[in-house]
Design a protein around this ligand. Structure first.
Ligand code: HEC
Length: 106
């Protein structure tokens, strides 16, 4: 197969893939960046069941001004990531705010 053909097929696959945004994406970030502590209560991290009782503001505050233990995992996240995680955990939607689009709860 010629390289241009491969590139064209990959382009189509990329376009066809559903946009990864919203609580689903937040859940994937939780799996890779948060579960190691919040899944087991490591270092007294509140368990995910406790985080799920928090509202979006409290979760966003924890991600905006993280405790030192969390600073490393939160550093690479952008505002959209944080909003997606908050909705994933709280189960409550976020309305659009400034440049940030609405995040619907699933
Ligand atoms: C290295 C372990 C660790 C990782 C990884 C981690 N956290 Fe935490 N987190 C903690 C600890 C410990 C606390 C408790 C801090 C305290 O109350 O002093 C905490 C507290 C929180 C709180 C509660 C703050 C409050 O208001 O009480 C939220 C929300 C939270 N983490 C979300 C997250 C999210 C989302 C991620 C992934 C992006 C994450 N954490 C990754 C250790 C971790």
């Amino acid at each position: 197969m010629r390289l241009t053909t491969v590139a064209a097929i990959m382009g189509i696959v990329t376009l066809a893939a559903p946009a990864l945004a919203g609580p689903k994406e937040g859940g994937e970030i939780y799996e890779t960046r948060c579960k190691m502590c919040h899944g087991s209560g490591l270092a007294n991290a509140p368990l995910i069941d406790v985080l799920k009782t928090f509202d979006n503001d409290r979760i966003l505050a924890a991600l905006t001004t993280p405790v030192p233990m969390m600073a490393g995992v939160v550093g690479g996240l952008n505002d959209e990531d944080k909003r997606n995680i908050a909705v994933f955990l709280s189960g409550k939607p976020l309305t659009a705010s400034g440049a940030h689009p609405e995040v619907k709860a699933e």
